[in-house]
Design a protein around this ligand. Structure first.
Ligand code: ADP
Length: 278
């Protein structure tokens, strides 16, 4: 695994544009740093204001908040898909080098291509050789539990399996940063729980840095180590929590009092934002 030290060096190089000695301790930093970020769309909508966040490498952070509070905008800024209209976003992971994986709510698979070819797309786009493409795609499909479905077309898959294929496509380049925008919102609860469990196992095995957007407090508490609650118009950080649960989240945790207590703690912050007495 890459060390934090390495991350810090790259972060500093991008920020200053200068070559920095890899032996300088001063350069250790987070994987993503947003400073005083605000964003106004061309339509005049103020989507974000006063956003200051550091995302440390290897963590699982959930962004929660009501619809329209700027969660997707924030994720797109982290991905480098849009530039903030104010402030800075410094990210040590590079999309061009395949170090950022993005998973959308819709699986966005190409219907005319097999599961294998869908997952292979990011590798083909960067001109990877066929033999390496085969090895990497098969590995990614195995990791998401789709090893036997490589030759199928998306229409033959269930919603949950399509999302697994979408996750495989995002992780096939072995990203350092995995950005997930409400990936399981359209799935039934059983499928969502299973995908949550499998995503956590994958994260524990690979330790990518994950930023996961969801509407669901329960999903955020179950998955995250750190939870950032946002409020709307314009989107701001309303509060932040460290989730006080064991790092290994077994499925049965969902039925225990510790989980319920954590959901209640976060839920009261959420209720305040929504203007409901808590
Ligand atoms: P969330 O993900 O929390 O639902 P978004 O980031 O999608 O929030 O949206 C934040 C605000 O910005 C909303 O008011 C939304 O209507 C507006 N918005 C989002 N995307 C665009 C866009 N491309 N052009 C104009 N306004 C947008």
């Amino acid at each position: 695994p890459r060390s934090r030290f390495y991350t810090g060096v790259r972060f500093a190089v991008r920020r200053t544009g200068a070559a920095v000695s890899p032996y300088s301790k001063i350069m250790v930093g987070p994987l993503v740093r947003l400073c005083n970020v605000a964003h106004r769309y061309a339509t005049g909508t103020d989507a974000l204001a006063d956003i200051n966040i550091d995302i440390e490498e290897g963590g699982f952070t959930c962004l929660v908040g009501p619809s329209g509070c700027g969660k997707s905008t924030l994720l797109r800024i982290m991905a480098g898909l849009i530039a903030p209209s104010h402030g800075t976003c410094a990210c040590a992971a590079s999309g061009k080098r395949g170090e950022i994986g993005f998973v959308f709510q819709d699986a966005t698979l190409m219907p005319w291509a097999s599961v294998f070819e869908n997952v292979a797309l990011p590798l083909r786009l960067r001109g990877q050789k066929d033999a390496e493409v085969d090895a990497d795609v098969n590995d990614a499909l195995k990791r998401v539990g789709l090893a036997d479905f490589a030759a199928e077309y998306p229409r033959a898959l269930s919603g949950g399996m399509r999302m697994r294929a979408s996750i495989a496509r995002a992780i096939v380049t072995r990203p350092r940063l995995l950005l997930m925008d409400e990936p399981f919102a359209a799935l039934d609860e059983f499928t969502r729980f299973k995908l949550n469990d499998d995503l956590l196992s994958l994260w524990q095995a690979n330790r990518w840095t994950v930023v996961f957007v969801t509407h669901s407090i329960r999903e955020a508490v179950f998955l995250g180590q750190r939870l950032i609650v946002m409020s709307p118009r314009p989107g701001r950080i309303a509060s932040e929590f460290r989730i006080d649960l064991p790092e290994e989240r077994k499925p049965e945790l969902r039925h225990g009092h510790r989980f319920a207590d954590e959901c209640a703690r976060v839920g009261s912050a959420f209720a305040e934002i929504a203007g409901v007495a808590s």
